[in-house]
Design a binder for this molecule. Structure first.
Ligand code: PEP
Ligand code: MG
Length: 323
C-alpha cells in the first residue's frame, strides 16, 4: 500500500469525478517542512506558531519570528501557507508570561482574546508575519474567534502594522489572505456574516467539538460526549462551508477530524475545499479521495444530517468509507 501511495506524492488531489481538493499539513515548527514535502503536501493548512513561544524564558523577538516564518514560506516554495497567530492560554502556558489563574482556562483568556489584551505582543507577531510575507504565499489565520468584532479588531491591527511597515519602506506581500479558525459555535452559526469579511475559514474540530458538546477535550470522564460524528457538529460544518461558498470564499478543516478516513467521505460531500492533517496521513487521504465521487458523497449528506445521534452517523459514514 505504501508503494501505491508513493506514486501520488507529486500528484494533485482529484476526486473520481474530477474535483480538485487541497491536502495540507499541520506543522509546529519550520523543521516539519521536509516531512510535509516528502509526503506530498500541497499546502500548510495550519502552522501552530505557539511552539515558537514555548520552551524558552522570554518572548521571541520580531527578528527571530521573521526568520521562522520566512523559512517556512521559503520552504513551501509558493505553496499556500496558513500561519495561525499565537494560540496560548487554555492548556498551553508560557513560563515567562504571568496570567491570572482562571477557574475555566478553556473558557478564559486564550488565543485571540489574549492577543487583543496584549496588543504590543500581538503587533510584534503581525509585523514579523508581514515582513516574512514576501517570501511565499502567506495566509494569516486568527484562532478562537467568537465575534465579528474580534476579527475586525485583529484585522485592524494587522492593517495598521502593514501601513507602518510600508511607510518605513519595507516590502509587504499585497495578496495575503486573512481568515479565521471556526472553533467556537457562535462563529459557525454566524458564518454567513463572517463570510462577507474574512477571506477563508478553517474549522478547528478539536475545539469546536469540545465547545459544542460542552465536554473538555482532555477530560476522560466526559469523553463519551466528545463526538465528532454528532449531527450537531456536521450541521455546523455544513453551515460554515455553505456560507463561505455563497460569498466565493473557501473552507478548510485543520482539526483531527480532517485526517480521519471515516470522516473524509462526508466532509467531501459537504463541500470542504481543503483538508489539513498530519503530514503522514496525506498520501493515504489522497489515495482515498481519488476513489471517491464528490457528487455521489453529496447525495448522502441530507440523510446523514437528519440522523438523530452520533452512533447512527458513525455507522453510516463507516459504511460509506468502506465501500
Ligand atoms: C482545533 O481546535 O481543531 C485546532 C486545530 O487547534 P488546536 O488543536 O491547536 O487547538
Ligand atoms: Mg483549537
Amino acid at each position: 500500500q505504501k508503494a501505491q501511495w508513493a506514486v501520488l506524492k507529486n500528484k494533485a488531489t482529484i476526486t473520481a469525478d474530477g474535483q480538485a481538493i487541497e491536502l495540507g499539513a499541520n506543522i509546529g515548527t519550520p523543521k516539519d517542512i521536509a516531512g510535509v514535502l516528502d509526503n506530498g503536501g500541497e499546502a500548510i493548512g495550519l502552522y501552530r506558531t505557539e511552539f515558537l513561544y514555548m520552551g524558552r524564558d522570554q518572548f521571541p523577538t520580531e527578528d527571530e519570528q521573521v526568520e521562522a516564518y520566512s523559512s517556512v514560506l521559503k520552504g513551501m516554495k509558493g505553496k499556500p501557507t496558513v500561519v495561525r497567530t499565537l494560540d496560548i492560554g487554555g492548556d498551553k502556558e508560557l513560563s515567562y508570561l504571568e496570567l491570572p489563574k482562571e477557574l475555566n482556562p478553556f473558557l478564559g483568556l486564550r488565543a485571540i482574546r489574549l492577543c487583543l489584551e496584549m496588543p504590543d505582543m500581538f503587533r510584534t507577531q503581525l509585523r514579523a508575519l508581514l515582513r516574512a510575507s514576501v517570501h511565499g504565499n502567506l495566509k494569516i489565520m486568527f484562532p478562537m474567534i467568537a465575534t465579528l468584532d474580534e476579527f475586525r479588531q485583529a484585522k485592524a491591527l494587522l492593517l495598521e502594522e502593514k501601513a507602518k511597515l510600508q511607510a518605513e519602506g519595507v516590502a509587504v506581500n499585497e495578496s495575503i489572505e486573512v481568515g479565521i479558525m471556526v472553533e467556537i459555535p457562535s462563529t459557525a452559526v454566524m458564518a454567513d456574516t463572517f463570510a462577507k469579511e474574512v477571506d477563508f475559514f478553517s474549522i478547528g474540530t478539536n475545539d469546536l467539538i469540545q465547545y459544542t458538546m460542552a465536554a473538555d477535550r482532555m477530560n476522560e470522564s466526559v469523553s463519551y460526549l466528545y463526538q465528532p460524528f454528532n449531527p450537531a457538529i456536521l450541521r455546523l460544518v455544513k453551515m460554515v462551508i455553505d456560507a463561505s461558498h455563497r460569498e466565493g470564499k473557501w473552507t478548510g478543516m485543520c482539526g483531527e477530524m480532517a485526517g480521519d478516513e471515516i470522516a473524509i467521505p462526508i466532509l467531501l460531500g459537504l463541500g470542504l475545499d481543503e483538508f489539513s492533517m498530519s503530514a503522514s496521513s496525506i498520501l493515504k487521504a489522497r489515495s482515498q479521495i481519488s476513489k471517491l465521487s464528490k457528487a455521489e458523497m453529496a447525495q448522502h449528506t441530507d440523510h446523514i444530517l437528519a440522523l438523530s445521534n452520533s452512533q447512527e452517523v458513525e455507522d453510516y459514514v463507516t459504511k460509506l468509507a468502506n465501500n
